[in-house]
Design a protein around this ligand. Structure first.
Ligand SMILES: Nc1nc2c(c(=O)[nH]1)N[C@H]1C(S)=C(S)[C@@H](COP(=O)(O)O)O[C@H]1N2
Ligand SMILES: [Mo]
Length: 354
């Protein structure tokens, strides 16, 4: 952890490999593939789709081995799912936890097509003492001095949730290498780390999984001695397309006086979005935006818009905040934690009206 604001070369190296979604891409309901954010802990593996296979086993009666064609021949589902990295907003925390230094745009919405996980899991007949399902990727690396494959578990109930997809297509084409070719897990509503890419094994277990990415990483805690709680569903959040034109270096916005139409998106992994508000004075006063919720796409972000009458020349700060059905509203200031997870504080866009 660093108390200085300077970004280190290590952080810059991560930031150059893993990219965010440019905010103007919020214009698309389904994010074009190259504009979807990207997060790869280790290296993108080269996978031969002919040799590749998926092992489903562990505490089950009928383990199975599936090839890509086997998965493609099963009844398919296609779901629009908004995915956000749990570390989104990390670089805005003080002091800044040292990891991928996201600002606010580590998010995207994909149209994921594949086989429903529940059908495959049930076909293996998990044991009565099964508690979790472990998803193993092909990528290897060292993290926290532990050499590992990227692996995450889900409680059996969550894995059996009809929403989980073993996806082999993104936006109508085979998964690109960086997003998990040939197969990845998609868990609607959960933060990004749950969606294991380059899937090679699904293992039913009778004891809670204690791998690094569950027991050490992705826990909300104040210090390393604390067990903390696991990061699970995405918190309520909204973002706007910054209006006007940007200054090249600072990306500060320049807007002409008069009416300005502001567009954005809002999502929550816990419950549907019920409200989005906009502030043009840095979060002091708020007005309701118009929310376009699509009940057919529960797991995709909702669009919203707001007409701003930019009457006064000078500097101001635009903000937006969403509220979901549980009543969770975005805070004005982030809550700090060791790993820099779940920062859903309101977005701030400095603007010059001319
Ligand atoms: N195998 C594997 N799966 C992974 C990761 C990884 O490094 N390896 N990164 C996870 C994290 S932290 C996130 S936020 C999402 C990012 O998915 P995307 O790159 O397709 O946007 O993938 C998750 N799945
Ligand atoms: Mo992530």
């Amino acid at each position: 952890m660093s108390t200085e604001s300077g970004i280190s070369l290590d952080e810059l190296r991560l930031a150059a490999r893993n990219h965010a979604m440019p905010l103007e891409a919020l214009r698309w309901p389904i994010t074009p593939v190259g504009l979807h954010y990207l997060l790869v802990h280790y290296d993108v593996p080269l996978v031969d789709p002919i040799a590749w296979q998926l092992e489903i086993g562990g505490a089950v009666d009928k383990p199975s081995t599936l090839r890509l064609d086997d998965l493609r021949s099963l009844p398919a589902v296609e779901l629009a799912v908004t995915m956000e990295c749990a570390g989104n907003g990390r670089a805005l925390l003080e002091p800044r936890p040292i990891s991928q230094p996201w600002l606010s745009e580590a998010v995207g919405t994909g149209l994921w097509r594949g086989a429903p996980l529940v059908a495959l899991l049930d076909a293996t007949v998990p044991s009565e003492r099964a508690v979790e399902v472990v998803f193993t990727g092909l990528d290897r690396g060292v993290e926290g001095e532990v050499e590992q494959r990227y692996e995450r578990s889900l409680p059996l109930d969550a894995a059996r949730d009809a929403g989980c997809v073993l996806a082999y297509e993104l936006n109508g084409a085979p998964l690109p290498p960086q997003h998990g070719f040939p197969l990845r897990l998609v868990v609607p509503g959960w933060y990004g780390m749950t969606n294991v890419k380059w899937l090679s094994a699904i293992t039913v277990v009778e004891e809670p999984f204690s791998g690094y990415q569950v027991a050490t990483g992705y826990r909300v805690r104040q210090n390393e001695d604390e067990e903390g709680r696991p990061v699970t569903h995405m918190r309520t959040r909204s973002l706007m397309v910054p209006p006007g034109i940007p200054d090249f270096l600072t990306r500060e916005r320049i807007v002409d006086r008069g009416p300005v139409d502001i567009h954005g998106r809002a999502w929550s992994g816990r419950a549907p979005i019920v409200r989005v508000e906009v502030s043009v004075d840095g979060g002091t006063t708020w007005s309701d935006a118009r929310v376009e919720r699509d009940p057919d796409h529960r797991w995709a972000w909702a669009g919203w818009s707001y007409r701003w009458e930019a009457a006064v020349e000078g500097r101001c700060t635009l903000c937006c905040r969403a509220t979901d059905e549980t009543g969770e509203t975005q805070p004005l200031e982030p809550e700090w934690n060791l790993g820099g997870y779940e920062n859903n504080a309101v977005q701030r866009i400095p603007v010059i009206v001319r």
